[in-house]
Ligand binder design. Structure first.
Ligand code: ZN
Length: 122
């Protein structure tokens, strides 16, 4: 990427702030910011907004936070999400159909042997 336009520059702001841009992207953005007042001002606004967010009090999530969130979602969705799966739901249907097919073949073979009259003995 050699040149970035205004829209691209704006899209890169947050990644640039997080230091997640590839070196050539970062330098392309810096190049654009040097030459473009509009985007420079835009980026300053972005920086200020992020800076204010960063100053906000950080809270550490309790250790059971993820579990509690899952439970909450499960309750509020009336069990539509995060319901512990029953065995029938966990067995993949591909495996199930193969097992059924095997069973049918097994029964067929058993029936063949169970009918001596149908067997042609030499
Ligand atoms: Zn620009």
């Amino acid at each position: 990427m050699e040149n970035v336009d205004h829209a691209q520059a704006n899209e890169l702001f947050s990644a640039y702030w997080d230091d997640e841009l590839a070196p050539e992207q970062a330098s392309a953005l810096e190049e654009h910011l040097r030459s473009c007042v509009v985007c420079r001002r835009e980026y300053q606004t972005f920086e200020q907004a992020i800076g204010k967010l960063g100053n906000m009090h950080r809270m550490v999530a309790p250790s059971d936070f993820a579990v509690a969130v899952r439970k909450q979602i499960n309750r509020r969705s009336k069990g539509r999400f995060f319901t512990p799966k029953r065995l029938a739901q966990r067995v993949p249907f591909e495996v199930l159909s193969l097992v059924m097919l095997g069973l049918v073949v097994a029964i067929y073979i058993l029936l063949q042997f169970a009918q001596p009259s149908a067997l042609k003995l030499p």
